[in-house]
Design a protein around this ligand. Structure first.
Ligand SMILES: *Cc1c(COP(=O)(O)O)cnc(C)c1O
Length: 400
């Protein structure tokens, strides 16, 4: 006789999703005292004006359920911010909804738009929540692989993208600047994505949480897909306070788009979390209205840390794929004798006291990412200096 304890109670569609690699690697970092460049969270606080506004809101009774779509001041600030930086106009009443981070916005968008069997075109390696959200909706992912090209950037085969679209394509899920590769999609690539969306009547869901982290030496700046011809009307544009304002634990995100699409997201979102983070919403409104200097300084600071880590990894013998944006740099471990990123990352803390994450876990085609690992550089310079010192001690041609 079977008892309930013998049976995995988890629904079949979630069974492929184990504990995230971040949990495993962060536990390893704690156990070994390693410098953790695995998970992408900053080790310094965001703008003081924002923190003060949050404390003030906590003290002045803004602690009950906010309105379902988010407080008016935050929706107005999101609209003003998008107009200021990207020239995009959204009506704060009906075209913007505040969510529990970008993660909830992505999940609610997919759950709200995809019938079972609908296809979602996305680029692998992908952010780890994407595959799970697509699976929860009973939808099917159609990955297009990003591969390191001769110029040291990641690129995809346009024919592969074209082939991924078909009669069941419901939407394309695009993350640019892209985690984990640091790729910034070029205007030509975005134009092709837009063309295919229009041709197939597909929606676009864009995860732009790194919109303010495109470095000044990137081939092109950040270009929201929604700014391309015919795209505003079919795009749900997602961002969040976590990365731009160094408050990843706050989980305040937002989604903007035409009213019909945003209302589909809200319909689902109201039964996922209903609302969140009441006293943090006015604080994020303050942050979004900070002068341009804040955003330029934030980017410059992160760019300097990228340069520091990229140089250190190269000295340590890694073949580095220098990122044009985000918090992350990826590197090939072959020159250090690595054959498999998972084995390499599992042994790295013991070998030199640093934690990284293997990117193959973010691919369906694990072979494409077999030898690639990701390091986060959103850390204080002295932490990066220590990590680099440790990595330089790594013997070449070691196992892993
Ligand atoms: C960090 C991150 C998120 C999550 O954002 P939250 O606002 O914390 O939910 C979503 N997408 C990408 C690509 C990220 O790197």
């Amino acid at each position: 006789m079977t008892t309930t304890a013998d049976v995995d109670p988890l629904v079949a569609r979630m069974r492929p999703f184990g504990t995230t690699i971040f949990a495993e690697m962060s536990a390893l970092a704690v156990r070994t005292g390693a410098v953790n460049l695995g998970q992408g969270f900053p080790d310094t606080d965001g703008p003081p004006e924002m923190l003060a506004a949050a404390a003030e809101a906590l003290r002045t009774g803004q602690n009950q359920y906010p309105p379902g779509p988010g407080i008016p001041a935050l929706r107005a600030a999101v609209a003003a911010h998008q107009r200021r930086f990207w020239g995009l106009e959204y009506d704060p009443d009906g075209e913007i909804v505040v969510t529990a981070g970008a993660t909830e916005a992505v999940a609610a968008a997919i759950l709200g738009l995809c019938e079972p069997g609908d296809e979602v075109v996305c680029f692998e390696p992908y952010y780890d929540s994407y595959a799970a959200s697509i699976a929860l909706a009973g939808a099917v992912r159609r990955p297009v692989t990003l591969r390191p090209a001769a110029d040291g950037r990641y690129a995809f085969d346009p024919a592969a993208l074209r082939a991924a679209f078909g009669p069941r394509t419901r939407l394309v899920l695009l993350n640019s600047p892209h985690n984990p590769t640091g790729k910034v999609f070029t205007p030509a690539e975005l134009a092709l994505i837009a063309e295919l969306c229009r041709e197939h009547g597909a929606y676009a869901v864009t995860d732009e949480v790194y919109e303010h982290l495109v470095f000044t030496d990137a081939a092109s700046g950040h270009l929201p897909l929604a700014t391309l011809p015919g795209m505003r009307e079919r795009t749900l544009r997602i961002s969040s306070a976590g990365k731009t304002f160094s408050c990843t634990g706050w989980k305040v995100g937002w989604v903007s788009g035409p009213a019909a699409l945003v209302s589909a997201v809200l319909r689902v979102k109201q039964f996922l979390t209903f609302v969140n983070a009441a006293p943090l919403q006015p604080a994020v409104a303050v942050a979004l209205a900070l002068p341009d200097d804040y955003f330029a300084d934030f980017r410059a600071g992160m760019q300097a840390r990228r340069d520091q880590l990229v140089a250190g990894l190269a000295e340590a013998g890694f073949q580095v794929l220098a990122p044009e944006g985000t918090y992350f740099v990826t590197a090939d471990v072959t020159a250090l004798g690595g054959r498999d990123g998972v084995e390499f990352c599992r042994s790295l803390p013991e070998r030199c006291g640093v934690v990284a994450v293997p990117t193959q876990v973010f691919y369906d085609d694990a072979e494409a990412g077999r030898r690639l690992v990701r390091f986060a550089f959103c850390k204080r310079p002295e932490v990066l200096t220590e990590a680099v010192t440790r990595l330089r001690g790594l013997p070449a041609n070691a196992a892993g």
